[in-house]
Design a protein around this ligand. Structure first.
Ligand SMILES: [Zn+2]
Length: 247
């Protein structure tokens, strides 16, 4: 369900049943002359909408204003919007803290932008990972008081941890395309991989008449894109979402 359309009794049900709560996290960035600047975020939104047809999930309003960077193109006339990670982290902490206060314990930000080396991290996902950790510490200290971890009630912490319990799983950040997709689907920026994803998920974000206007090396393969290839990527993404978004 889309969070902004939920009634309080539906929110309470989602909390009681531990539905995953998904934040589409992304950027607005130049993606060549042929594709919309919202591509990275649209890919997350559209796949979550498909996921919602099959599973219980709360979809938060998307956050488009991540750190696009100007690595691909300067912003003048290109459309890239850059908000730095140091500015994003405080926003993310307030957002996650608020979601914890509401009662959610199964929160997931999903991002596609700059995720080819996700383990090391990039500014937007690192900012939201930090934000999640900060929010959880703050929430636990408010709820249980300082010294909560050292108290006797936590004596089984390591046993519980070994069994998979972990407060720090309450907020997680994931790449839309997991590392396991490497070699099976093209990772690129505005090339055949991303363009095919948009043709499958959001064709109005691609204008084939503009392929010839592209000058960047990274867009050279875009004209070979197809909705059929994009569907293969979507199937892999959906399989991954079913792994990470469980009640
Ligand atoms: Zn992209």
């Amino acid at each position: 369900m889309r969070y902004e359309l939920m009634l309080p009794h539906q929110i309470r049900k989602a909390i009681a049943e531990n539905w995953p709560v998904a934040l589409p996290l992304g950027v607005l960035e130049y993606h060549g002359e042929h594709m919309a600047v919202g591509m990275d975020t649209l890919a997350v939104i559209k796949t979550l909408e498909l996921f919602e047809n099959e599973r219980d999930v709360v979809i938060l309003p998307p956050f488009y204003y991540g750190a696009a960077s100007y690595a691909v193109a300067p912003p003048e006339g290109s459309g890239s919007v850059q908000v730095g990670g140091n500015q994003l982290a405080p926003f993310g902490e307030e957002l996650f803290y608020s979601l914890l206060r509401i009662g959610f314990r199964n929160i997931h930000a999903i991002i596609h932008h700059q995720t080819e080396n996700f383990a090391a991290g990039m500014p937007t996902d690192l900012a939201f990972k930090t934000a999640g950790r900060q929010a959880i510490f703050r929430f636990l200290e408010k709820q249980r008081g300082e010294g909560w971890w050292g108290s006797e009630t936590m004596a089984d912490y390591y046993a519980g941890h070994a069994a998979g319990e972990n407060f720090f799983n309450w907020v997680q950040v994931h790449p839309l395309m997991p590392a396991a997709m490497n070699g099976k689907y093209p990772f690129d920026h505005a090339g055949i991989g991303e363009t095919s994803l948009m043709l499958a998920l959001c064709p109005e974000a691609v204008d084939a008449d503009r392929f010839a206007d592209n000058k960047g090396w990274y867009t050279a393969s875009a004209k070979e894109a197809s909705a059929e290839l994009g569907e293969e990527g979507v199937a892999m993404i959906m399989a991954n979402l079913k792994q990470i978004l469980q009640s």
